[in-house]
Design a protein around this ligand. Structure first.
Ligand code: SIN
Ligand code: MN
Length: 290
């Protein structure tokens, strides 16, 4: 899937692109059906909400689940990013966020590149998020909110918030958010929240400032996020465990477009458990062999 010149221009201006209903109901079902077993696992890959057992986020399913291993190589998700960067990408992070009915907690205002820079020493912002909705997203189940154009600010000063939710995040303070929203149009478009049916896809810049509210509705809002980094821009520090920030910098090889509905062999390296090294961390910068 190649982007049109208009889409490229819109991405440059707004920092995101929305593709409503890009995946069919049948394709979406293949993914959705695999989620309960993943969320039932009692291991480090599932981070649960602060005050409940509901899964907030599941990490690295592409290494132990066939449908998600296929999604991680899906041309509709990978090709537009390779096209935009004109470089191959590797999987920096793979997560299935729950935002479950009544229990899904907030994601504070942040840029993903803030965390990738501060924790992982990713050299530049040449990385991208691609999200797919596994549930319909509406006004009430905590849609993702963006400040259009905020990616133009580059990496913004952030503070490490270890207490608001169960998951540490480098967040942007409220005063700056208010300024960015005002600059983006205030009440006229200063915050947008793409909504649409299950199977919709959003592609957004690693510096785009975003957040989401809690989910007080009776509808789950499960979404998958692929964080794709250009291979030359790979992380330089292993401060976070490998199931959160990956260390395999090999370019992603895409599968055919029909892969979710057809049998294709995919590698599942963590099918029988995560290797011990995936839990090891280091605060040291990685020295590249000459
Ligand atoms: C994120 O920013 O990584 C997740 C936000 C959300 O799922 O609402
Ligand atoms: Mn984020």
């Amino acid at each position: 899937m190649k982007l049109t010149p208009e889409q490229r221009e819109q991405f440059d201006r707004e920092g995101y692109l929305f593709f409503p209903g890009l995946f069919s109901r049948e394709e979406n079902e293949v993914l959705t059906n695999a989620v309960p077993a993943l969320y039932a696992r009692r291991d480090v890959c599932n981070v649960r909400e602060k005050d409940s057992d509901a899964v907030r986020t599941n990490f690295a399913a592409h290494l132990y689940s066939v449908p998600f291993a296929k999604l991680a190589r899906h041309p509709r998700m990978i090709d537009p990013v390779v096209d935009l960067f004109d470089e191959d990408v590797y999987m920096h992070q793979f997560k299935i966020n729950g935002k479950m009915a009544f229990e899904g907690d907030v994601w504070q205002w942040h840029q993903d590149y803030g965390t990738w820079l501060n924790d992982d020493l990713m050299p530049t912002e040449r990385a991208m998020n691609v999200a797919i909705f596994l549930d319909d997203v509406n006004d009430f189940n905590g849609p993702l909110m963006f400040i259009p154009g905020s990616h133009k600010k580059g990496a913004i000063k952030a503070k490490h918030d270890l207490t608001t939710t169960s998951y540490p995040l480098w967040t942007v303070d409220n005063e700056l958010i208010a300024q960015l929203v005002q600059r983006a149009g205030g009440k006229q478009g200063g915050i947008v929240a793409p909504k649409g049916p299950a199977g919709s896809m959003i592609l957004f810049h690693s510096c785009l400032v975003h957040a989401s509210s809690s989910n007080l509705s009776p509808w789950d809002r499960v979404s998958v996020y692929l964080s794709l980094c250009t291979v030359s821009n790979h992380i330089r520090r292993y401060k976070r465990p490998e199931y959160i920030a990956h260390r395999d910098f090999a370019p992603i090889q895409t599968l055919p477009d029909d892969c979710l509905l057809t049998d294709y062999a995919v590698d599942l390296p963590w099918e029988n458990g995560m290797p011990q090294r995936a839990l090891q961390t280091s605060a040291e910068e990685i020295r590249q062999a000459a």
